[in-house]
Design a protein around this ligand. Structure first.
Ligand code: C2E
Ligand code: CA
Ligand code: CA
Ligand code: CA
Length: 277
């Protein structure tokens, strides 16, 4: 079914992603772009291995630049994180994504949306309240917002990070460990936060089919997730062989170019029912 789906549907937005590297942008240009709302979430589907249905999407920031087309996050996120303006983008992403999610629910698709939280933001003691305020304003139940945290992000300023994450959890948000396996892994910390999802980094998924050692690492991650009672998500699923291998290892959820590239909201809305049961 997935193969049919892929043959029948290629979102136009998939090829809008800028191929050439744009000139580096200054912080002022980026700020200007944010204030003019030129940034938006693109949505990359997360698909259930067993049913093939879309159960959610990761919201990935894109800059719809008036002169340079669609710009990927690498051209603006590091600068924003470095200079401390990343929250402006985070809240723009959060609000647009929560509104999009709410709209999908009203169309009969009760899916969740994942948002990337920067490690920088976790230092702010008021973060949880701010996030809750933005989401509650849209009327969406926070359990449909999954906050993705990189292992390293959660570990740099452990005390503040843990406090923020615990508060977000109490407010009903779902938490996900992003890029699992690439950080300064502190398995001890993993056990202190109520995560509901473990995202296995694409580094391990890439070449999985060809390397026994990668397979062992991925298998253990999937097994560990199951024993912890959390969902395992594989990112960077690019081929049918990747899909089949991960399915046989018992992985819960797939995300990657094999299913779809990140796409704008309208394309995503059209994609959901085609992928569904
Ligand atoms: P990430 O959170 O690990 O997101 C996954 C990245 O892998 C995305 O890149 C996605 O387009 C890409 N990807 C998805 N499937 C495949 C695949 O099958 N093969 C390959 N090679 N790549 C795949 P993208 O959109 O360029 O984002 C890069 C990073 O920028 C993200 O990595 C995330 O760390 C950061 N980012 C994106 N949006 C936001 C945001 O709104 N806020 C923050 N703080 N960070 C963001
Ligand atoms: Ca992510
Ligand atoms: Ca990731
Ligand atoms: Ca990453």
């Amino acid at each position: 079914r997935l193969k049919n789906l892929l043959n029948s549907y290629r979102p136009k937005s998939a090829i809008q992603i800028a191929e050439e590297k744009p000139a580096p942008f200054s912080l002022d240009e980026i700020r200007q772009g944010i204030s003019e709302a030129q940034f938006e979430p693109f949505f990359q589907p997360k698909v259930d291995f067993k049913s093939g249905a879309v159960i959610g999407a990761e919201a990935l920031a894109r800059w719809r630049h008036p002169d340079h087309g669609i710009i990927a996050p690498q051209a603006f996120i590091p600068l924003l994180e470095e200079r401390g303006n990343i929250d402006d983008l985070t809240f723009l992403m959060l609000e647009r994504s929560a509104m999009a999610c709410k709209e999908l629910h009203e169309s009969g698709y009760p899916i969740s949306i994942s948002i990337n939280l920067s490690r920088v933001s976790l230092h702010d003691a008021t973060l949880a309240d701010k996030i809750a305020k933005v989401v509650l304003k849209t009327g969406l139940d926070p359990k449909y917002i999954i906050l993705e945290i990189t292992e390293t992000a959660a570990m740099t300023d452990v005390a503040h990070a843990l406090e923020n994450l615990a508060r977000l959890c109490m407010k009903g948000f779902a938490l996900s460990i992003d890029d699992y396996g690439t950080g300064y892994s502190s398995l001890q910390q993993l056990t202190r936060i109520a995560f509901s999802e473990l995202k296995i980094d694409q580094f391990f998924v890439k070449d999985l089919v060809h390397h026994e050692s990668l397979r062992i690492v991925v298998q253990s991650s999937i097994d560990m997730a199951r024993r912890l009672g959390v969902k395992s998500v594989a990112e960077g699923v690019e081929t049918q062989a990747d899909w089949e291998m991960l399915a046989s290892l018992g992985c819960d959820t797939a995300q990657g170019y094999y299913i779809a590239r990140p796409m704008d909201f309208e394309s995503f809305r059209q994609f959901i029912p085609r992928a569904g049961v």
